[in-house]
Write a protein that binds this ligand. Structure first.
Ligand SMILES: Nc1ncnc2c1ncn2[C@@H]1O[C@H](COP(=O)(O)OP(=O)(O)OP(=O)(O)O)[C@@H](O)[C@H]1O
Ligand SMILES: [Mg+2]
Length: 456
């Protein structure tokens, strides 16, 4: 099965019409389902959702446009093209008003059928995209790095190439994986996500490839694996580096040969799946330490995208914060806006948890802030204080102890500076020029300061 095989349901009581349409559409590469009555159509639609429907305007077992209406209710995204006979033009127009995509007049012309159907399928893709955007799937950010990411997705999505998304936790790897799927020919087929880190080692194979009843204790009935569920579509293997070596070997085989066996089965299955993998780990060191198969890495790393951490695109922070606040407002939380001081604190913070952390903080603030305008006091202290959490973590000075009252301010300041500069020098391996650059001081000035503080 190829990725862009669309399934079309033909509903018409005239056998000849069904046969002609089937021939025309099959020769153009479509898969066909047929129904000779409304009743049959309902049976088919209970079991499967076609990509488009060709529907006869006059069926013997249904009144007016009630089948069309039912389809529009049960499968709102599936485009319906009406087939109308002579003298039923006004009815056909009426059908379009009630949600049919278009209509075809008998006698049916091959070219017209194909063009109309193609238009209907395109409209469907667009509708899906719009729905995805409305669902919060938009990639926000005006930094050059994010412009590059969007451009990359646009170029890569329509191909069938395997994709590897790298980047720290919370940088948007899953969002990108979905965008690649949404921008591909496979958009109308499933997007299936597997979190490899969340599956117990002994179950990985069963989850990926399925199992047959009795394959192991607890396998009470046959189970379809995610590779099959994603057939025709995209399989997102999240946290791929957390998968055991044994499962890695099996995944490698599917990628090489497109085939696998369910656990406990001898039947070889074939699927057509585009794989997108992601990890926050450094795959090169995982390979060096023998935890990740190098051959699998080369298989997966066809199209590689490394998402930049948020602290390297500080220009996006404000835009993202506003976006999330608006989003939370839409879902029913009060309207809130960052006041100037809070905004600069948010921009200064270095967001070790990246966009996910920013989103969580905005949610918390949207719930807890005291007024419409968000002040620094509404923010978590580590963000409001403008301190650098990583520096604190590495030096253990959380600024908790206050010197004895009566200590001259100059001493307090000197002590704070001394401790800070010690930490900076430690971080730069004693390199004074580098230390000066990092804290925004002239090198000669820093030398003097170090001497004055007795650090040299
Ligand atoms: N550029 C962006 N625009 C809008 N929302 C974003 C962006 N990047 C990330 N997000 C949002 O941030 C959250 C985290 O993103 P996502 O789950 O894609 O990250 P991840 O890289 O998969 O993280 P992890 O490694 O922790 O699984 C999600 O709610 C996502 O919608
Ligand atoms: Mg993720």
């Amino acid at each position: 099965m190829s990725a862009d095989t669309f399934t079309i349901l033909i509903i018409d009581d005239e056998k000849n019409i069904r046969r002609t349409l089937t021939m025309v559409l099959e020769s153009d590469g479509y898969d066909i389902l047929e129904a000779g009555s409304a009743k049959e159509a309902r049976v088919v639609l209970d079991k499967s959702t076609p990509d488009a429907i060709l529907l006869d305007l006059k069926l013997p077992d249904v009144k007016d446009l009630s089948l069309l209406e039912q389809i529009k209710t049960d499968h709102p995204r599936v485009p319906v093209v009406m087939i109308s006979g002579h003298g039923t033009m006004t009815d056909a127009v009426d059908a379009v008003k009630r949600g049919a995509f278009d209509f075809l007049e008998k006698p049916l012309e091959r070219e017209r059928v194909l063009v109309t159907l193609r238009n209907a399928l395109e409209a469907r893709q667009l509708r899906k995209k719009v729905a995805a955007l409305a669902g919060g799937g938009e990639i926000i950010g005006n930094s050059p790095q994010m412009a590059e990411v969007r451009d990359w997705i646009e170029r890569v999505a329509p191909t069938d190439g395997k994709v590897l998304v790298l980047g720290e936790s919370g940088t948007g790897k899953e969002l990108v994986a979905k965008a690649v799927h949404e921008g591909s020919q496979r958009v109308s087929k499933p997007f299936v996500k597997v979190n490899c880190a969340a599956i117990p080692k002994e179950l990985v194979e069963s989850v990926l490839f399925g199992h047959v009843k009795g394959a192991f204790t607890g396998a009470l009935k046959d189970k379809v694996g995610t590779f099959r569920q994603a057939n025709g579509g995209t399989l997102f293997l999240d946290e791929i580096a957390d998968m055991g070596l044994e499962a890695q070997a099996k995944v490698l085989r599917v990628l090489q040969e497109g085939e696998f066996e369910a656990v406990g089965s001898t039947k070889t299955e074939k699927v057509n799946v585009r794989v997108i993998a992601a990890t926050h780990r450094d795959l090169e060191s995982e390979i060096a330490e023998g935890r990740f198969r190098e051959d699998l890495y080369y298989r997966l790393a066809v199209l590689v995208l490394k998402l930049p951490p948020l602290r390297e695109r500080t220009g996006d922070v404000s835009v993202l914060a506003d976006h999330f606040l608006a989003e939370f407002h839409q879902t029913g939380l009060p309207k809130r806006e960052l006041a100037t001081l809070a905004r600069s604190a948010v921009e200064r913070y270095d967001w070790p948890g990246n966009v996910r952390e920013l989103r969580n903080v905005m949610e918390r603030v949207a719930i807890l802030a005291r007024g419409e305008s968000i002040e620094p006091a509404d923010l978590p202290t580590e963000i409001a204080s403008g301190s650098n959490p990583r520096l604190q973590a590495s030096t253990g000075t959380s600024g908790g102890e206050i010197p004895a009252i009566g200590t001259p301010l100059s001493d307090v300041r000197a002590e704070a500076e001394r401790r800070y500069l010690e930490a900076v020098l430690e971080a730069t391996g004693g390199n004074v020029s580098e230390a000066a650059r990092r804290i925004g001081l002239e090198r000669t000035h820093l030398h003097k300061k170090l001497a004055a503080l007795g650090l040299k």
